[in-house]
Design a protein around this ligand. Sequence first.
Ligand SMILES: [Zn+2]
Length: 157
Amino acid sequence: MRSDNNSYSDSQPLKQNTTNNVEKLLKKRAAIICSVLALIIIASGFGWFWWCNSSNSGQYAHLYQYGILIDTIDLAAVSDDYTFTITGTDGSYNIIEIHDHKIHIIDASCPDLVCVNTGYGKNNILPITCLPNSLIIKVTSQPAADSNEVDIDVYTY
Ligand SMILES: [Zn+2]
């Protein structure tokens, strides 16, 4: 028993040492993982910043209802904020506001209100879409819309 104790205490420093090494290694790994994660977060932050800035150039709002271009608004030329309503054939409506040279939907008859929650339309990548009311607002840097009809797949229910 005594010899067991001895051998245990003999191996103790070694074991302690190994544990310490493992801990150090784990801490080192954790530090590396943390710094890699931090780099990724910083990089994506910059990417997001760049993306937001580069895509803020959209100035023309193209409004499509039932897949057909119904209006184009030069947002930069709007001097005073205003609101207007687009009414659907079934009595549905979307209240749109031009505010500070930006466009967004402030109220709608649709049940999901995704269009309202989308916020301001900034670019072509994320158009303001109200699927229940078949309304799409695309903000682009082009004064003329690419075509009079939006991508057909949007309307493939
Ligand atoms: Zn909606």
